[in-house]
Write a protein that binds this ligand. Structure first.
Ligand code: NAD
Ligand code: AKB
Length: 318
């Protein structure tokens, strides 16, 4: 266990990333130094003390920060791309106002450091789709992407104007076996494993050759903790860093699953999420993260598929 004076609050801890981040931070900093919070308690959260919190309630957030002497906040609560398009005004409200609450607490010196995730959704149809650079055209076409792009600029602004220590990654689609995804366009790449093991088939809501940037959750959690632990002078980008894992299409992941489950079949029935996926890059250039704070990905497609199938198999009753 790392010996530090950090007291960590995770907002949105019951979600796909939060469950795994809580588990990992508790191992590193000690369960007594990690507070998990969300709208309601969830089964996945067993490694830390839980506080019920609506991230839109600044006073309640402040009370928790004071009560526990919080020094670092990982702010994960948001509506993602698919649910965001279905409730655009609320997505904007939640994604922006909750970020302002956290940024303001840091500006007022109640907390020292903030982690806030951005997404490949900051890019849009006019962005170069292959090996997308760190700095490039960004015209996102979803409310989610617009909120993430605005959030990046606000994080950078609070850093420059108020010295707030904000750190951020543009995650690709994340794939893990410990928690379920919560309303994104890349969620198919998690659902496909559950359906392959339970039913031997999957109907994809994205078309056969829709290639998107993705990453194993273990890599994403490691990147998150690495950027938070990096010395401040190494963090040259205070908007958000590009982060690259691997890229594949529904057909490519299905083909890899078939090497383990030969009878697995996939069909394609694209829905409204296809347009979102079509507006996003296919692969990401993350040289800045590699150079500035030493980022290096571990999982490729064969390793990711094997890891997901082995672990999920143990969870599914025979
Ligand atoms: P998720 O939807 O699985 O989890 C979000 C959590 O926030 C949920 O547990 C939800 O109950 C909670 N929440 C919602 N409204 C809240 C509120 N008002 N107050 C407190 N909690 C609230 O999302 P996730 O996949 O874990 O994503 C977490 C963050 O990472 C988001 O900001 C998301 O944009 C970003 N991100 C995720 C991915 C991915 O593939 N999972 C990719 C890029 C970026
Ligand atoms: C989504 O699909 O909305 C997320 C993301 C890439 O931000 N997984």
């Amino acid at each position: 266990m790392l010996s530090t004076n950090e007291k960590i609050l995770i907002i949105g801890a019951g979600g796909q990333i939060g469950v795994e981040l809580t588990e990992n931070l508790s191992k590193i900093y000690g369960a007594a130094n990690v507070i998990a919070s969300d709208l309601k308690a969830s089964e996945g959260l067993k490694d830390a003390e839980f506080e019920q919190l609506d991230a839109l309630d600044k006073n309640a957030l402040f009370d928790i920060v004071k009560k526990h002497g919080i020094t670092q906040v990982y702010h994960l609560a948001a509506l993602l791309s698919a649910t965001g398009e279905q409730n655009p005004m609320f997505a904007w409200k939640l994604n922006m106002e909750s970020l302002f609450h956290v940024l303001d607490l840091a500006k007022e010196k109640h907390i020292k450091q903030i982690y806030w995730p951005s997404s490949i959704a900051v890019f849009g149809p006019t962005t170069p789709a292959i090996n997308t650079p760190q700095n490039t055209v960004m015209e996102p076409s979803t409310i989610y992407g617009i909120s993430k792009q605005a959030g990046e600029r606000w994080c950078e602004w609070y850093f420059k104007k108020h010295g707030v220590d904000t750190r951020s990654l543009r995650y690709p689609g994340l794939i893990g076996w410990k928690s379920a995804p919560g309303g994104g366009t890349t969620d198919y790449a998690v659902h496909i494993f559950h359906e392959a093991l339970k039913n031997g088939r999957y109907e994809s809501f994205l078309s056969e050759h829709t290639t998107l940037p993705m990453m194993h959750m273990e890599d994403a959690i490691r990147a998150t903790i690495e950027i938070m632990q990096a010395p401040a002078e190494k963090i040259k980008i205070r908007g958000s860093y590009n982060l690259s894992g691997l890229s594949f299409s529904p057909k490519q992941i299905a083909d890899e699953i078939k090497t383990h489950i030969p009878d697995f079949t996939i069909t394609y029935k694209p829905d409204f999420r296809q347009a979102i996926a079509d507006s996003w890059p296919q692969s990401i250039n993350d040289e800045a993260a590699q150079k500035d704070w030493g980022w290096k990905v571990k999982y490729d497609l064969p390793k990711l598929v094997e890891n997901m199938l082995v672990n999920l198999k143990q969870q599914i009753p025979a």
